[in-house]
Design a protein around this ligand. Structure first.
Ligand SMILES: Nc1ncnc2c1ncn2[C@@H]1O[C@H](COP(=O)(O)OP(=O)(O)O)[C@@H](O)[C@H]1O
Ligand SMILES: N[C@@H](CC(=O)OP(=O)(O)O)C(=O)O
Length: 549
């Protein structure tokens, strides 16, 4: 059989697949998407751990449970049983999906070996009654290794030469876990690129897990880390584009599962994408953007079930360069590079709700973060206010609790915190904080965030958001506006989150759709409101955006 290879004379694409996509659509990925891309690109595939239903029940979650079972006997879970479940799930998938008997047998042998090693590691941890951060990382990383072996075998089964690149031992230098700065990420990029190049003309199937991460991958980076791995590889190999393949057509103006009128966004800025992720829309890991944007590599979000759709491009701010008067709609069509495509048409930006200076006419998206609690501390006034704040932040630091939103007066602090982030230390944190004042906790809250580039300049936007909430009968517990130019957030009752999301979306996102469907409106925006400067256009304020004095 003639094997297809990832030819090195073609531009490189780094493509990342989420765990649920690999679990549910393996043939679509290995029999269609990758073979099609290989016709034009050298492809590096980054895999997350398989999930056959939802991420919360997938391999990574099972591995976390196995690690927890050792130190917490009260959980009553048996790690040997969990390893068996993971092994069976991968072997069943291989038996079902791999046609070639030889490839299948080799796959099953490899899966068995990896699971045996995993069980040995868990047994050893139980004997010494310890699961260090590093051990926990190695346990978790097994999920990505298993997934890569599965994807590689399916590629081989489709006559595509492929090699697994395991980044489990990629870091061979010491770093300070409290200071993982850009030097650390630059180091990772070049290490990952070297390891990927070792695959030569084979398709590199790379573990989205890398280690050993100073401080632990879950603590230093958090779940969803494979997006970051893919971004670091893309930067290291100077890829033309990073594609993150999911089960949605791209980034929407709201979670399409919750808001039926949500619209697909063709382009979105990196800051907006990161903000959406921080505030509940798990589209891309928030650390991803910075790594590729600094080297001007665009990210494209694509749908595994709809590969011919364009997806959403998360584009570097490079597109804010002045446009040439000769830029035309036609240049959209024949341009190969997505980045060039964005840069080449003011129409494209205007049609997508951006002005030419990259400010927005409307908010970009709305998102909700569930499972939030509010922690209120009312000072006992035995210290002056700066001492009061210092004491509170020291206590948060002591228990490694991060705060999503904060609102303060001289003697009162309200903080919105993810329940999962504080759950295990809440009693101790409360005890410490009560030395400085009266503490109370309010549960079952959600954070609603409106995200949009330069939203601070949209006069009246907060008023319209809160009016929409009031009309929908949603009361507000906390408000945060102004700390970020791209986010207005408030805390509401969790039970009202869907109603609130739809109410704000319907009120604030509707005008943009009318512009999209009205070519005359775009023409109007193009002509009188833009003045010539040098050889291009510069943006001037439009009636919708009146800069605040
Ligand atoms: N604004 C948004 N745009 C697109 N998807 C969103 C948004 N907010 C939340 N989501 C949800 O994020 C999920 C991401 O897709 P999925 O393919 O399930 O992720 P993964 O690849 O990480 O397994 C979808 O289920 C989608 O409903
Ligand atoms: N498998 C890991 C890392 C990851 O990136 O996941 P996903 O790509 O499926 O979001 C997790 O579950 O967190």
């Amino acid at each position: 059989m003639t094997a297809i290879q990832a030819r090195s004379d073609k531009p490189t694409l780094v493509i990342k697949f989420g765990g649920t996509s690999i679990g549910k659509f393996p043939h679509q990925i290995c029999g269609k998407i990758i073979p099609d891309l290989l016709k034009e690109y050298k492809v590096i595939v980054v895999c997350s751990a398989r999930s056959t239903e939802i991420k919360a029940k997938g391999t990574t979650s099972l591995l976390m449970k196995a690690a927890d079972s050792i130190l917490k006997p009260e959980l009553n879970s048996d790690f040997a049983e969990i390893v068996r479940e993971i092994k069976e799930s991968h072997i069943d998938a291989g038996n079902k999906d791999i046609k070639n008997a030889e490839i299948r047998a080799a796959y099953i042998e490899t899966i068995t070996e990896i699971c045996t090693r995993l069980e040995q590691l868990l047994t050893a941890s139980m004997v010494i009654d310890e699961v260090s951060v590093r051990t926990r990382d190695i346990i978790i990383g097994t999920g990505e290794h298993l997934s890569c072996e599965y994807v590689r075998s399916l590629l081989l089964d489709n006559s595509i030469s492929a090699q697994v690149i395991n980044l489990e031992k990629a870091i061979v230098k010491k770093f300070d876990p409290t200071n993982l700065d850009q030097n650390f990420y630059n180091y990772l990029s070049s290490r990952f690129a070297d390891l990927c190049h070792a695959a030569g003309n084979d398709v590199a199937v790379v573990t989205g897990y890398f280690g050993p991460v100073p401080g632990g991958i879950l603590y230093s980076i958090g779940r969803g880390y494979t997006d970051l791995t893919a971004a670091l590889i893309a930067a290291g190999v100077e890829a033309q584009e990073l594609q993150i393949w999911k089960e949605v057509d791209g980034v929407f103006s709201a979670d399409p599962r919750k808001v039926s009128s949500a619209k697909l966004l063709q382009i979105i800025t990196p800051e907006e994408a990161a903000e959406l992720t921080y505030y509940g829309s798990e589209v891309v890991h928030p650390f991803t953007m910075e790594q590729v944007m600094s080297v001007m590599i665009p990210i494209r979000i694509k749908n595994v079930q709809n590969p011919s759709a364009e997806g959403t491009i998360i584009s570097p701010d490079l597109m804010s360069r002045p446009f040439s008067r000769t830029d035309s709609q036609d240049s959209l069509v024949d341009s190969h590079s997505p980045l060039k495509r964005i840069q080449s048409s003011p129409h494209f930006l205007l049609k997508n709700g951006y002005m030419l200076d990259l400010s927005r006419r409307q908010p970009t998206a709305i998102t909700i973060k569930d499972n939030i609690l509010i922690l209120n501390i009312h000072s006992n006034r035995r210290s002056v206010s700066y001492g009061f704040f210092e004491s509170i932040f020291s206590a948060l630091n002591k228990y490694s609790v991060s705060v999503d939103l904060i609102s303060t007066s001289e003697v009162h602090v309200s903080m919105a915190i993810s329940f999962s982030n504080v759950e295990h230390v809440l009693a101790s944190l409360k005890a410490d904080l009560s030395k400085f004042g009266q503490v109370d906790v309010i549960y079952d809250k959600a954070i609603l965030s409106l995200v949009g580039k330069q939203m601070r300049n949209m006069v009246g936007i907060a008023g319209r958001m809160f009016a929409a909430l009031a009309n929908a009968g949603v009361s507000i517990d906390m408000i945060s506006q102004g700390s970020s130019e791209i986010n207005i957030s408030c805390v509401i009752s969790a039970s009202k989150s869907i109603v609130a999301l739809n109410a704000v979306h319907d009120t604030l996102m509707s005008e943009e759709s009318s512009l999209e469907s009205d070519p005359e409106a775009i023409k109007d925006l193009m002509d009188p409101t833009y003045q010539t400067s040098f050889d291009g256009y510069t943006a001037s304020p439009t009636p919708e955006i009146v800069p605040e004095p």
